[in-house]
Design a protein around this ligand. Sequence first.
Ligand code: GSH
Length: 250
Amino acid sequence: MVDMILYCFPQSTCSQKVRLALWEKNIPFEERHVDHKNREQLSEWYLKLNPNGVVPTLIDGDDVIIDSSVILEYLEEVYPDHPMSPNNPVDRAHMRKWLRYLEEVPTPAIRIPSFNKHLSKRYEDMDDTSYHAMADKHPVRKHFYKRMNKTGFGTKETEEALDRLDGAAQRVADTMDGHGKDWIIGDMHSVVDAAYMPTVDRMIDLGLGDMIKRRPSLKSWYDRYSARDSFLKTFYQGTRLTEIFGKDIA
Ligand SMILES: N[C@@H](CCC(=O)N[C@@H](CS)C(=O)NCC(=O)O)C(=O)O
């Protein structure tokens, strides 16, 4: 019997962040899949747990914790074994600075090519009225879905997103080149690595792997991380969009 339940989608990058940390920290948990295809994240029962209508949601005994980076920090505080955050306040401030940067730049950016290439297919059979009703009901993504308008984002927004992904890859590579250590904040494999990895893995799955490959320190970071047990357990069969939607869908 486990006390910890993670409501998630197998392919969601925000869910993958948390799965990486749970496996890394060796915390037993039950993974429960919210049915994205049928928009279960907007159902009444789920909105009671997570009023933002997004995954992941962590249930720890009687407590409900939402927002992937908040969950990462919560796990660090409550389950300090197998630490993924530094001890001293200055290093912790640097760690948080990275978490905020990742949330501000690459995390929203990766949604654009993901929806353009694959995830918009989930909406193509919906009539316009139902689609707009879904968007209107979405607590945090109403305007995102309205801009996407079932088929994908426009050229300008797509180019901006790719530029942000490239800029973030450069920032991480510069940082790693600068300190010459194995992980983003230095010697310690931390929540920052777990927070960025799913975006990088998604970039590769979307055919944007060149942004990683042409930066040797980033490429060796990916290779190092993807050999870890936590990575192999997080990215099980069916967690990549190409496995669900096929490689050739443009
Ligand atoms: N800030 C939230 C964002 C979570 C988020 O955007 N989740 C996406 C999957 S990665 C989602 O559930 N989307 C549902 C939807 O678009 O309806 C977090 O980090 O947990």
